[in-house]
Design a protein around this ligand. Structure first.
Ligand code: PNS
Length: 181
């Protein structure tokens, strides 16, 4: 059975990668399909996103990476996919994902949406969170593949931090003003 794993992947995170790896064990083949959405302003264009995903999934022989424009079901039909793979993180994902699954079912009866529960350690992780941290120069190498982290920092013209550091509490407190005698 061939599955498609559609998404924006702007950028791909370790959470996405976890779903791809686990999907590759369940299905004969998985096509990671990057949506080209002209109405959105992504950080990376669709070519950059597909290249990033290819670079970190190259070791998985049954994974293909592609991009598409339009309806997911049309792409699924074109590629003879019988399953649509999605990750579920938290309860708030469920509502949107269920609506999407039901909508797709009305458009393509034979396409089954298969949800994988995101691994616990990635349940908080999203592409937006990664971009927000990187924008302020915070550490992201524990959240995205190495090649992606480098490109994000380049985009924001930031130098990657050397280690995950928390500011010392003393650095957060304004020292009291000394009153000169
Ligand atoms: O990673 P995302 O942004 O949550 O992925 C959402 C995606 C790409 C799966 C969804 O927006 C989608 O399928 N878009 C294509 C348009 C479409 O088929 N719409 C009808 C189903 S809701």
């Amino acid at each position: 059975m061939i599955a498609i794993y559609p998404g924006s992947f702007d950028p791909i995170t370790l959470g996405h990668l976890d779903i791809i790896k686990r999907g590759s064990r369940l299905f004969e083949g998985v096509i990671v399909a990057v949506l080209c959405n002209p109405s959105k302003q992504p950080l990376f264009d669709v070519e950059a996103r597909t290249a990033q995903i290819r670079a970190c999934t190259g070791h998985l022989s049954n994974i293909k990476v592609d991009s598409f424009l339009g309806l997911t079901v049309d792409y699924a039909r074109l590629h003879h996919a019988q399953a649509l793979l999605r990750g579920l993180r938290v309860l708030s994902d469920f509502e949107k994902e269920l609506q999407m699954a039901h909508t797709n079912k009305t458009l393509m009866e034979e396409l089954e949406t298969v949800f994988l529960a995101t691994s616990n350690e990635y349940s908080f992780l999203s592409s937006s969170v990664v971009k927000e941290i990187a924008r302020f120069g915070g550490p992201i190498d524990h959240l995205v593949p190495e090649n992606v982290a480098r490109e994000i920092y380049r985009c924001y013209s930031k130098t990657p931090p050397t280690a995950i550091t928390n500011p010392k509490p003393s650095a957060l407190v304004t020292p009291p003003h000394k009153v000169e005698p």
